[in-house]
Design a protein around this ligand. Structure first.
Ligand SMILES: [Cu+2]
Length: 222
């Protein structure tokens, strides 16, 4: 083969390889959960009903064993996403079904409610002593809004313990309800502060550091 032809083939192969690397990187960078839209179908000025669940294992996808949050879309479908479009300056009525077990917190401060007045199975609470009962499974926290809600765990040995999402209400769960008001437009990080990424360094890897599982964003829009 002539030198020119060889250079040509080499250049072509190099081009293909470069394109593949760029495409793969872009796909990786772009990969994030879909955003659930709570604005379009929302009557203006009315409270948004945000229904969530926390599960011990998502049960499908790339990481079926990871703990996760899910959100119910306005159309009533459970979506594996932690990104939510919400209207600004609006009351958000949260109903959170907690299906995961819990345990003692490493940082007891996370057992203290901040910024909202939540109920646990219909009873107001301001603190969960994680050394009692089934401890704390996760938290729902929005640091910039000063909100922290500890989520009481369920009995991990319950016969109807849920092992894969979405969990039905017939499975063991705690119901936590609270309301908050969205601020002006912006992106507000929310996350769980229990290091619940079992098997990862200090429990803070895996589902704790991947969008779509134990944290996401309130995308507040005008
Ligand atoms: Cu968690």
């Amino acid at each position: 083969m002539k030198r020119g032809a060889r250079i040509g083939i080499f250049a072509m192969l190099l081009g293909i390889a470069t394109a593949l690397v760029i495409m793969t990187s872009m796909a990786f960078l772009r990969s994030e959960p879909i955003t659930v839209d709570y604005t379009t179908a929302q009557p203006k000025g009315q409270p948004v009903h945000l229904t969530l669940q926390t599960v011990s294992a998502i049960g499908f996808g790339d990481n079926p064993n990871w703990v996760s949050y899910l959100a119910e879309s306005p159309q009533g479908k459970w979506v594996h996403s932690t990104l939510w479009d919400l209207p600004a300056h609006t009351t958000i009525d949260v109903t959170l079904y907690q299906y995961d077990s819990g345990g003692p917190l490493r940082n007891q401060e996370r057992g203290v409610v901040q910024g909202v007045k939540p109920t646990l199975n219909g009873k107001l609470f301001s603190l969960i002593d994680s050394y009692k009962g089934n401890g704390v499974g996760h938290t729902f926290s929005i640091p910039r809004l000063g909100i922290n809600v500890p989520l009481a765990g369920v009995n991990g040995n319950a016969k109807n313990f849920c092992n894969a999402a979405p969990c039905p209400l017939s499975d063991a769960h705690n119901t936590i309800k609270f309301s908050f008001t969205t601020p002006g437009p912006g992106q507000y990080r929310w996350q769980c502060f229990v290091p619940c990424g079992l098997g990862y360094l200090y429990g803070n890897g895996g589902p704790m550091s991947t969008l779509g599982y134990m944290g996401g964003f309130l995308k507040v829009v005008a």
